[in-house]
Ligand binder design. Sequence first.
Ligand SMILES: Cc1ncc(COP(=O)(O)O)c(C=O)c1O
Length: 438
Amino acid sequence: MNKMSWPYTAGAFPTICRTEGLYLYDDANRAILDAAGGAVVTNVGHGRQRVANALGRAAETTSYVVPPFVTPSRQALVDTLAADWLSPTLTRAHFTSGGTEANEAAMKLALQYQQGIGEVQRTKLIGRSISYHGTTLATAAISGHPSRKRGLEQALPSYLSVPAPYPLRAPIGVNSVSLGQYYVDQMRDVILAEGPRTIAGFIAEPITGSSGGAIVPPDDYWPKVRALCDEFGLILILDEVMTGFGRTGTTFGYQHWPIEPDILVSGKGLAGGYAPLGGVFTNERVGAVIQESGFQVMFNTFGAHPAACAAAVEVLNILKEEGLVAEAAQKGAYLHAQLHAAFDEHPHVAEVRGRGLLAAIEVVADRSDLTQFDPELGMTSAIVNEGLERGVFYYAGGTGVVRDVVCLGPAFIVTTDQIDEMVSTLVASVDAAIAKLP
Ligand SMILES: Cc1ncc(COP(=O)(O)O)c(C=O)c1O
């Protein structure tokens, strides 16, 4: 069995036999409250019979077709997205089997678009210093996630990188009025140094996911980045794999600011964890150029899988019918209020951050000067393990310079009682992990 659980340590994780609402039940029928929705995925909660029925129906009627063929479930998904979810500027949809493939496709679309308009020198892409976009060589390479690149560094293709906003530790101070401008200026410097007409596009998460732990940029950041992309002809790709479909209290995370992407990438919450599915949505400008250029947008064999599309339609309809995006905003406000009440004076918590039902705390050795714990101590894993022992699952975050981050991202049906339990157990878990330090 040891080899069968590779690459994970046998016995290190529970065996989950049943899931319902916000709870996972292990092989001893012990309930675990899922404060993270898995990997911040299960937006409508577990055990939705109508999603299971839709999956079953699709498997019975159209188990599989090659992705270029249309199925009723895929058509229904496109119609639902256009009617209720996507900005009218996003007119083209391409479906993959998950977030990584969707980001990789988005990166390729940005490159193909530039080739299509004759900007043949534009072969570079920019990512950010704290980010995560996926597991393939290209998406890992453009990610600012050192721990997920270990052992690959010498082989990864090179991409440009600009500093991601990280207000807590901003060299010019968290309260600087020009903090957004500070990060935008650094991006401008990179573009100018490389030559604007060598760069095809920029990819970023509107609110940084687990790599940074729910880092919200200064308010002027995104409008200025959008303007910079327009000024220099860069395609703006927003990776909303984690933040999309309501997670941060708006339909998409970027909607906290007055901007629109050229390419929007989704995954995770699109099918709520009931099926593997990613979506890449482009504006007409990008889509039309690629189509007219005759460039192939190659499908993944399981892209737009009929059952996954059917599940996504039901998940999106549940979100709409139950008003769960507004619920994510309201419950998110409650979650943040409780986290602030619990941790604002805590000597080992530097910050509570996030938006809506995407939240994180950053744990430090000393709150007064933000000194971090030695990475060898593995504080994040220690806290997550303490949580699991107490029956609550949190999602480990942080990488490289950002560490000891614990993320929360529960399903939008979370109750205030469950939030209270998540927060009080997090306090106990942080305190227990610190108390056990050598
Ligand atoms: C922001 C972001 N982008 C991309 C991905 C990769 O998606 P997937 O794991 O579905 O391939 C993730 C997964 O955690 C993510 O959080």
